[in-house]
Write a protein that binds this ligand. Structure first.
Ligand code: LLP
Length: 465
């Protein structure tokens, strides 16, 4: 089904809605790229996932709940792993981290990127082989580094001279020679639809390329008898939709790679271009398929290596959002509906749900855009411009800033917000002492809890007086 701009009869909304948001012809239609593959509106109008009606999920697990279509997540992992076959795809666990999800990613052929002892503990508890893990972070503690070395994590991505010194001492003491990559700040900053190739290097991550720090850091690792220089790494941003920004960063990385190989006689194996590949949150977003991304990144790196006269190293990427984001939707129940008149003839429907910025802070924090649909029934009512808001005590507690919902949306209805798999549960909070929702995974027509709902008792347990 297509969503497109309607005619003048909908002009009342024009002043209130963003220009990208068309008035839908059919307010019940789902835009496929926003939803996990197993989600559909059944003949009775109810949203189903993997054949299960959302009403049943709400009755069994309560709301709000994050609902994961596990087959969809696995299919996305497979398509990335197949597209980059022969090279490595690391699932960035910061987007969403649980044992079941990390295990599924590993079963579908992916490696896993962690950035704290907490994420590492989940990966180890999930049974992921340590050699299939990468360890990131700009301020890893000595204890974290020691653990990463001791369990023999596959690669540690170094982010400062202090860390390199710590790693040398730890490795010398343990008698283990860890594989270390150097994170390079390539001076490229990419966001949704644009990038800057001369980004100011005024940020905390990586070693700057332009002032020689990246070369010096790689030299120190490469000449250390306790460390093994495994390669170079860069990560240039998030929610990136084309590969042109990677072109500049890859070129800069390959040039450094070539220089290090020549001057240090180093036999580095790997070049990591990081994560940041975009996903669709609204009709504005149209991400490239992984096969196109892989083909384009490979071509860029091959051309750059040919120009630099070096063999093509092993390539790796670290997508998080693109894998888990679209596989999850949040199921809420509507509590109150309040039309607010803003100017003559123009009003906005404030739809309050039983969650909010504690389960999805991205709208409040980044001005992120989301979509929503009435999930417990189809409606014949006209579309009304709505704002889905949470239950927290502040005006900025918005889940979906602009969306058309049927004008008869009412207390008790279920609402689904797609694309909430990445950085929603992982950035969740207990603001206002609201316990965090569960994650329910649906696979083969069955639903199971993979992260339990927190309770007020859980919160009180930590309140030791
Ligand atoms: N690799 C590194 C080194 C990263 O720092 C990140 C994300 C990723 C991979 C994965 O990026 P992804 O493919 O998921 O975009 N909280 C923000 C996003 C922060 C991303 C931080 N680093 C958000 O909700 O948009």
């Amino acid at each position: 089904m297509h969503i497109h701009e309607a005619g003048a009869m909908h002009g009342d909304f024009a002043s209130l809605r963003p220009s990208w948001l068309g008035v839908p012809d059919n307010v019940n239609a789902l835009l496929p790229r926003l939803w996990a593959r197993g989600v559909e509106r059944a003949d009775d109008g109810v949203l189903h996932v993997g054949g299960l009606p959302v009403e049943h999920l709400a009755a069994e697990f309560g709301t709000p709940a994050y609902v994961l279509d596990e087959d969809d997540f696995r299919a996305r992992c497979r398509s990335w792993s197949e597209a980059f076959g022969g090279d490595d795809v690391y699932y960035a666990a910061k987007a969403f981290c649980s044992k079941a999800v990390l295990r599924a990613a590993a079963e579908e052929g992916l490696m896993v990127d962690v950035c704290t002892a907490g994420e590492l503990a989940v990966a180890l508890a999930a049974g992921i082989e340590p050699r299939r893990l990468g360890f990131h972070g700009n301020n890893k503690s000595e204890a974290e580094l020691r653990e990463a070395v001791d369990v023999r994590v596959g690669r540690i991505i170094a982010d400062s001279y202090t860390e390199i010194e710590r790693l040398e001492a730890i490795a010398a003491e343990a008698g283990i020679r860890p594989h270390v990559m150097v994170r390079v700040n390539v001076g490229v900053e990419a966001h949704t639809h644009e990038y800057i190739a001369t980004a100011h290097e005024d940020q905390k991550f990586g070693f700057s390329l332009s002032d020689g720090d990246a070369y010096e850091a790689a030299r120190r690792v490469g000449t250390s008898k306790h460390l093994y220089l495994a390669g170079l790494h860069s990560h240039i941003g998030s929610q990136i939709f084309d590969t042109s920004a990677f072109e500049v960063s890859a070129l800069r990385l390959v040039r450094l790679f070539a220089r290090l190989q020549e001057e240090l006689d180093e036999d580095m194996a790997e070049l990591d271009l990081g994560g940041g590949f975009g996903m669709a949150y609204t009709s504005q977003d149209d991400p490239l398929p992984p096969a196109d991304i892989a083909a384009s990144l490979r071509k860029i790196v091959e051309e750059d290596c040919a120009a630099a006269g070096i063999a093509v190293p092993r390539l790796s990427v670290e997508p998080g959002r693109a894998l888990i984001g679209p596989a999850v939707f949040t199921l809420y129940q509507v509590g109150t509906v309040k039309p607010v008149t803003l100017s003559a003839g123009a009003s906005r429907l404030y739809v309050s749900v039983d969650g909010g910025m504690s389960d999805n802070v991205r709208t409040a924090l980044y001005d992120a855009t989301y979509s929503a649909t009435l999930a417990s029934r189809a409606s014949t009512a006209a579309p009304a411009l709505a704002r889905v808001v949470g239950r927290h005590c502040e005006a900025g507690d918005i889940v979906v800033k602009d969306e058309f919902l049927p004008a008869d949306v009412a207390p008790g209805d279920l609402l689904a917000v797609p694309g909430t798999g990445a950085y929603c549960r992982s950035m969740g909070s207990n603001y206002n002492h609201v316990p965090r929702p569960p994650v329910v995974a649906v696979r083969d027509g069955e639903a199971r809890v993979i992260l339990a709902r927190e309770t007020v008792d859980d919160l009180l347990r930590l309140d030791v007086g």
